[in-house]
Design a protein around this ligand. Structure first.
Ligand code: HSE
Length: 299
C-alpha cells in the first residue's frame, strides 16, 4: 500500500501558524512495513526527484512522525519507511509536513484507524518539531485533511474554490530554513499592527468561506510576518509589483518562503508576468498555476 500527501502553503499572509492550504503542486508518498519491537521508525529508502536532499534513517521528519504515531497508538512496533520525495525541501511548500502526513496516515490505515484526525495531526507535527524546532500545524493539517485548514481551539476545514500562481525560486536557503525564518521574528508586536493583521485575517477567512476572491486578496495583502520576511526574499518588491499589475488579487509568502503565492482569477496573465519578473531579477524559478488538493490517502 502506498499513501501520498500533497504540498501545502502555510500562513496565506496574515494567518501565521493558523491557516494552511493543500496544493496540487507536488506530492510525497510512502510505503511502510511494521515489525515487532518499538515504538521505533526509520526511513530505509528514499527515491524521487528530491531524494538527495533529505536524510535517511531515524533523522528524517517522517521517522519522527511515525514514532509519534506508534507511541500515541501504544504500539510496540517498528516502522520501516520507503519514501518517494516529490515535494522540494526548503521552498516553503510543506515538504517535511507532506512526508509526515503521508506516514502517519499510512500507519493509521495499517493499524485499522485507531487514531482520529487530531491525533494524526499531533503525531505528524513531531516531524515539524524535529525539522524546524516548532510543532506548527499549518502544513501537516492541510496535508492530512486537504483543502484550507484553520487552526484554533478546533481545527476547521473548508474547500474553497481558488486558484493561485505559485512561484518557486531555486535560490540557496539557509540550513534549517524554517527555524531561521522564525528566529528573525520579534517576540512582541505593536498593538496597531496586531489590529491590522487581525483585520486581514478576518477578510481572508471570510472571503475563503464565501468564495469572494476580491476579499480574499485584500486579506492576503497585509501580514506582519510577510512584511518582515519579505526583506529576506530577493526580488520580492519587483515580482509583487509585476504580478499585481497583471491582475493578481493578492499575494503571500508561502510558509517561511522563499516560494510566493499569487491569488488569481484570470491566472494566465499573472503567470506570464511573474515568469518575466523572475527573469528580470535573474532568479531561476518554476512558475505554475495550482489548485487546492485533497487530503492524504492511498494512491
Ligand atoms: N507557519 C510556519 C512559519 C510555516 O511560517 O514559520 C512554516 O512552513
Amino acid at each position: 500500500m502506498r499513501v501520498r500527501a500533497w504540498s501545502t502553503s502555510a500562513n496565506l499572509g496574515p494567518g501565521f501558524d493558523i491557516v494552511g492550504i493543500a496544493l496540487r503542486a507536488f506530492k510525497d508518498s510512502v510505503e511502510v512495513e511494521l515489525e515487532e519491537g518499538g515504538p521505533n521508525a526509520l526511513v530505509t529508502e528514499v527515491k524521487g526527484p528530491y531524494s538527495s536532499l533529505v536524510p535517511r534513517g531515524r533523522d528524517n521528519a517522517a521517522a519522527f512522525a511515525a514514532r509519534a504515531a506508534l507511541e500515541i497508538a501504544e504500539q510496540k512496533l517498528t516502522a520501516k519507511i520507503r519514501l518517494w520525495k516529490g515535494v522540494p525541501p526548503r521552498r516553503g511548500l510543506g515538504s517535511s509536513g507532506a512526508s509526515s502526513a503521508a506516514v502517519v496516515k499510512a500507519i493509521n490505515i495499517m493499524l485499522g484507524n485507531p487514531l482520529d484526525e487530531n491525533k494524526l495531526i499531533k503525531a505528524a507535527a513531531e516531524g515539524e518539531r524535529a525539522t524546524s524546532g516548532h510543532p506548527h500545524l499549518d502544513n501537516v493539517a492541510p496535508s492530512l485533511l486537504g483543502g484550507l485548514v484553520i487552526i484554533g481551539e478546533e481545527i476547521v476545514k473548508i474547500e474553497p474554490s481558488v486558484r493561485f500562481v505559485l512561484a518557486i525560486p531555486w535560490i540557496n536557503t539557509p540550513d534549517r530554513k524554517t527555524e531561521f525564518m522564525r528566529s528573525i521574528l520579534p517576540r512582541k508586536i505593536e498593538m496597531s499592527k496586531l489590529v491590522k493583521n487581525s483585520a486581514s485575517l478576518a477578510l481572508l477567512t471570510l472571503g475563503m468561506a464565501t468564495g469572494d476572491l476580491e476579499i480574499v486578496g485584500k486579506g492576503m495583502s497585509f501580514s506582519i510576518i510577510d512584511e518582515l520576511r519579505s526583506r529576506m526574499i530577493p526580488g520580492f518588491n519587483k515580482i509583487k509589483e509585476a504580478a499585481m499589475r497583471a491582475g493578481a488579487l493578492g499575494l503571500s509568502i508561502s510558509g517561511a518562503g522563499p516560494s510566493l503565492l499569487f491569488l488569481c482569477d484570470k491566472c494566465e496573465p499573472v503567470l506570464m508576468a511573474v515568469k518575466r519578473a523572475y527573469i528580470s531579477v535573474n532568479i531561476p524559478a518554476s512558475i505554475m498555476v495550482v489548485e487546492p488538493a485533497e487530503g492524504s490517502a492511498k494512491e
